[in-house]
Design a protein around this ligand. Structure first.
Ligand code: ATP
Ligand code: MG
Length: 387
């Protein structure tokens, strides 16, 4: 049976020098895993990826490709004989399909000829195919700079033809940068932060602090849904759920109210650090953004930074809320994030939180709370869910 074919365009991978095979291998591994049920075969040929799949699943496959980091675009393609008759037949076919899908008034033929033994050069191929297209579609004009439709033709071991290219997110293949632990709450910010860091090649594990019964089962469900939405980009996600009730009650009962949030944030990072070491994650990721709330002032961030020696990535640090919301909408987490919920950050949050903590003084005050053994248990007992 004829297999479906896609030509994949890798963005930044192409810029990698001697390390390129490493990035390509990871992209291949990722695609084989997420497309397993469609029996994928990926062939790499001089800067091009040719993906063959079982026919009849275009919609699902295209959804996966449009969420694959390391790709900037993909096109449905045909592989055919290297004869002019076959090139014309397929170019007309592409034109027919594209004109059926959208309004097109200009086009261009874009030939490439890695196989120099082909008897016509690129210019001659373009002229021949261009006039065949114009004969069949007299309303279409040739436009070299901003055409509505580009019909690409590549002459290699066979001839490959394809029309429009669909966008993919870019970035680098999942896992090429190592592993990070994402502190995932039910809010708008942390899913967006996880997306951005996965796009730079991190394999992501997630951690949610649940404070049952102060935070409801619905809150946990919501985080699981957010996790499953992210996993469509990550190719699977391991979500750890740590019970934070005891830690929160301890802080509530032993620290002044205006310090609650800061101690809780410090305790979260300390616990996350323990779990990250257990799962061999090399960094923590949060959705913090400078000055968004009291615990995200420069002084507060300097304080919570001290809870871990690992790098803490905060990819949203310089982004406005509006820009974060636009990103959350784009990755389809926004509508879930705005469902009403309570988070353990908000339930015990003080009316007048401290905004400019003195790092050294607060570290001493935090130590005096004696939370560490409790947090070690919390990290040890965290439940793992595959979403
Ligand atoms: P989000 O930032 O996800 O929209 P939020 O703004 O309500 O939620 P903040 O209080 O701003 O949360 O917390 C800052 C960051 O701390 C979050 O982006 C997230 O990385 C982490 N965080 C907060 N609450 C939790 C939680 N319950 N479990 C795991 N991480 C959390
Ligand atoms: Mg936030």
């Amino acid at each position: 049976m004829e297999r479906d074919l896609y030509i994949l365009k890798s963005g930044e991978i192409w810029l990698k020098g001697g390390n390129r095979p490493y990035f390509e291998r990871l992209l291949k591994r990722h695609l084989y895993r997420v497309l397993k049920e469609f029996r994928p075969e990926l062939v790499m040929q001089k800067g091009r990826f040719f993906l063959y799949t079982e026919p009849g699943h275009a919609q699902q496959i295209e959804q996966v490709l449009s969420r694959t980091f390391g790709l900037v675009g993909y096109s449905r393609a045909v592989k055919t004989k290297k004869t002019m008759a076959s090139l014309i037949e397929n170019a007309l076919d592409i034109c027919r399909k594209e004109c059926g899908n959208r309004s097109i008034s200009t086009f261009k033929i874009a030939p490439r000829r890695p196989d120099k033994s082909f008897p016509m050069n690129s210019y001659e191929i373009a002229c021949e195919l261009g006039s065949a297209v114009q004969k069949e579609f007299p309303d279409l004009q040739v436009e070299l700079y901003h055409p509505d439709l580009v019909i690409s033709v590549e002459i290699r071991d066979h001839a490959y033809l394809y029309g429009s290219t669909q966008p993919a997110p870019g970035g680098l293949p999942v896992g090429c940068a190592g592993k990070g632990l994402l502190l995932l709450s039910g809010g708008i910010d942390s899913p967006a932060a996880g997306y951005l860091m996965a796009k730079r090649g991190l394999h992501i594990d997630a951690l949610y602090f649940h404070a049952y019964p102060f935070t409801s089962d619905e809150s946990l469900e919501k985080v699981k849904i957010l996790g499953s939405k992210l996993s469509r980009y990550f190719g699977g996600l391991r979500l750890r759920v740590a019970s934070f009730t005891e830690a929160q009650l301890h802080i509530r009962d032993h620290a002044p109210e205006n310090e609650h949030t800061l101690h809780m944030r410090f305790a979260m990072v300390q616990t996350a650090d323990m779990i990250a070491r257990k799962v061999h994650a090399g960094c923590l990721i949060t959705g913090e953004s400078l000055s968004q709330v009291a615990s995200q002032t420069l002084e507060s961030l300097a304080f919570t930074n001290s809870a871990s020696d690992l790098p803490i990535f905060r990819p949203l640090i310089g982004m406005d809320k509006e820009a974060i919301i636009t990103l959350a909408r784009m990755i389809d987490t926004y509508e879930t994030s705005i469902l009403p919920y309570d988070d353990c950050c908000t339930i015990f949050s003080p009316k007048h939180p401290m905004v400019k903590p003195d790092r050294e003084i607060m570290i001493a005050r935090y130590r005096a709370l004696g939370l560490k053994p409790l947090l070690e248990r919390c990290a040890e007992e965290a439940e793992v869910i595959r979403v």
